[in-house]
Write a protein that binds this ligand. Structure first.
Ligand SMILES: *Cc1c(COP(=O)(O)O)cnc(C)c1O
Length: 357
């Protein structure tokens, strides 16, 4: 604390991301990164861009990328905002659509960046308790005072909410924005993007970090009606004209084109997830039904904090949340089949050791 700190700095409580260790031999299953490399076409496009014009500023409107994304989603460029990772898109959305003095709602167990943004921008919030099976109680989000935001599928629970329920939430918040953070939607079933055509209050946020293997490039989207998108551009252009750099524009645009690679890697992860979830159950874990690239699981007798520490000692990183409702759960990112085999080897020897003690 210093006397030079603004009220904003004093009031914010920064998000703490999952550990990123520099060590080489770590099996990293803690931050929901994709175990597969980005599309080779994206890498090629980045290399080509590197040889060209880094002395020039990138496009402030990133039309090339937005057009490619629009093509993929069956929309037009005016429906797409592109930002420096969806975290930035979410932060801009808090500024653009939520008001200090009007309470917003998000789930109590959810992406822990939401309370961080709310505090930063002075937006009051209510945290809605999940159902006992960790599903989202749609009615509890009806008639919000200041708007609604939730991930679908939810994180860190991995549970998907059906589109009909989202429709109900949108219809029952006619004067408020409903933001659906679809960071993991490509591992689930239906996106809420179709709702943005009928409901002017629905904004969908997606990212290239998870299903498109580009966490390191930092590109995310907001998808909605042109008035909402214009609001986000007004915020962005009052903050930084060039939030997405030339390499990111080139790589992300190419990655959006490579639908075949995207489908292939996404399907592979879903396949590995189903296998890994079954393996977890065999070992006495309760596993929530996952529609994401991670599983959220709790062992019937072993303590999650101990398992987390034991795995870490074996160079396997998973995510543990020290929060009362979920402090007996582990969140495990789905890696390659080989990654998961190694994970189960380490887990098994840990469980064996614990029971012979
Ligand atoms: C990973 C994640 C994000 C952030 O993604 P970036 O595009 O990498 O900033 C946003 N929301 C949820 C729920 C996530 O899990």
């Amino acid at each position: 604390m210093s006397k030079f700190w603004s009220e904003m700095v004093k009031r914010c409580e920064p998000y703490v991301p999952g550990e990123q260790l520099d060590q080489q031999n770590i099996l990293k299953l803690n931050t929901n990164e994709n175990p597969y490399p980005p599309s080779p076409i994206a890498i090629e496009a980045i290399k080509e861009e590197l040889d060209r014009k880094l002395n020039l500023y990138p496009s402030p409107t990133v039309d090339q990328l937005r057009n490619e994304a629009a093509k993929y989603y069956g929309l037009s460029k005016e429906n797409i905002f592109a930002g420096n990772g969806s975290d930035e898109v979410l932060a801009f959305s808090f500024m653009a659509f939520f008001e200090p003095g009007r309470k917003i709602r998000f789930p109590m167990i959810s992406y822990s960046f939401y309370p961080v943004y709310a505090k930063l921008f002075n937006i009051p919030y209510e945290e809605i308790e999940l159902n006992r099976d960790f599903s989202l109680p749609a009615e509890a989000f009806f008639q919000s005072e200041g708007g609604v935001i939730f991930p679908n599928p939810n994180a860190p629970t991995s549970v998907y909410l059906e589109l009909d329920a989202i429709k109900d939430i949108a219809e029952n918040n006619p004067g408020q924005i409903v933001i659906i953070d679809e960071a993991y939607i490509d591992f689930a079933s239906i996106s809420a993007i179709s709702l943005t055509k009928t409901y002017d209050n629905v904004l969908v946020v997606q990212t290239m970090s998870k299903s498109r293997s580009l966490a390191g490039l930092r590109v995310g989207f907001a998808i909605g009606n042109p008035d909402l998108i214009e609001a986000l551009y007004r915020i962005k252009d009052s903050f930084n004209s060039y939030t997405i750099d030339r390499l990111a524009i080139a790589g992300a645009t190419a990655a959006m084109k490579d639908i075949e690679y995207f489908n292939h890697t996404t399907q592979k992860i879903v396949q590995t997830r189903e296998w890994a979830a079954a393996e977890m159950k065999k070992r006495g874990f309760h596993v929530l039904p996952s529609a994401t690239n991670f599983i959220f699981a709790c062992h019937y007798s072993k303590n999650a904090a101990d398992l987390y520490t034991g795995l870490k000692r074996e160079n396997v990183l998973v995510r543990y949340f020290n929060k009362s409702e979920i402090d007996n759960f582990l969140r495990i990112t789905i890696g390659t089949d080989e990654d998961m085999k190694l994970f189960f080897e380490k887990l098994d020897s840990l469980i064996r050791k614990a029971s012979t003690r």
